[in-house]
Ligand binder design. Structure first.
Ligand SMILES: [Zn+2]
Length: 295
């Protein structure tokens, strides 16, 4: 059976996985991500790590999931908040060292494709997948197709404005975005604790942690209700590390989403936790490569 190399590049880690064409992860290796480097150094390190991986596993193609938005018309990186050195860069040129077929896709879109292939989006004609982590990523699947927008910049649900007080700045330069309330960064700013610590505290019944997750759920519910009104999609899948705390933020999220959505869209509205965990992006990237190679 054919094997593919999937790479999920995050702001703190790079994960490499050899995945077979049935979606079984055969091997997974995690490397640190470096932040203060040049784009040349980034591609050089990537090249070394890919070469190493391909020596260990014979692969038909390389699939990359990156937290970047590429302008379809110019081919340049338009937005890369977690890999700032890639802003304005032609990633295609940086990856020209690859001598086997490769694909590249935004990491949130890859998580969505993972759900389409092996997760809860398998049977679903249209849905939204949110990756909750350092920030918020989101992908839209409409009529069984990934919706990327006119220029490839669609589905920035994290930057949906939910607060107009002007008091909560967002990493995008605006104020009051969903991401400024619903992300590991936002939780840490609000409570002083890292999301992982808060999760453990909430598990022990700590009121500060429980209330932080409840508020996060309310904000997320507001965003989901608005998107449900706009698109009338029934399913929202929550993936990413922060979705681990689903049990703590789901009740308030569900309640506010029901309040925010109109009578029609809210009837069949479902908000569920991804079962693929952190692997959704890797699997989705592999799925894209598998489709490209018609495996
Ligand atoms: Zn924003």
């Amino acid at each position: 059976m054919e094997t593919l190399l999937a790479i999920d590049v995050g702001g703190t880690h790079q994960r490499f996985a050899a995945i077979n064409s049935k979606g079984k992860i055969l091997e997974k290796v995690t490397y640190p991500s470096h932040r203060n480097i040049s784009s040349d150094e980034f591609f050089q390190t990537l090249k070394e790590r890919i070469t190493d991986s391909l020596k260990k596993n014979l692969c038909e193609g390389v699939a990359l999931a990156l937290p970047i938005v590429i302008d379809k018309q110019t081919g340049k990186v338009q937005d890369a908040p977690h890999l700032p050195f890639l802003n304005g860069v032609h990633v295609d040129q940086g990856l020209s060292f690859l001598s086997i077929p490769w694909v590249l896709e935004n990491d949130a879109n890859c998580a969505l494709l993972g759900e389409v292939w092996l997760g809860q989006g398998k049977e679903e004609p249209s849905f939204c997948c949110l990756t909750l982590g350092t920030g918020i990523g989101s992908g839209l699947f409409l009529n069984r197709e990934l919706w990327k927008g006119v220029r490839g910049m669609a589905s920035e649900m994290g930057h949906l404005k939910i607060d107009f007080s002007g008091k909560t700045p967002c990493c995008c330069g605006n104020h009051g975005c969903l991401e400024a309330f619903v992300s590991a960064t936002a939780l840490q700013k609000k409570t002083g604790y890292k999301a992982q610590e808060l999760y453990q505290m909430a598990s022990r019944g700590n009121p500060i942690a429980l209330s932080a997750f409840e508020h996060m759920g309310e904000c997320l519910g507001r965003g989901i209700g608005s998107v449900a009104n706009l698109l009338n999609i029934d399913l929202f899948i929550l993936a990413g590390r922060l979705s681990q705390a689903f049990q703590f933020f789901y009740p308030s999220c569900h309640r506010i989403a029901q309040e925010s959505a109109m009578k029609g869209p809210r009837q069949h509205l479902r908000i569920v936790q991804s079962k693929l965990g952190d692997d959704a992006g890797l699997l989705g990237a592999a799925f894209l490569m598998k489709q490209k190679l018609r495996l």
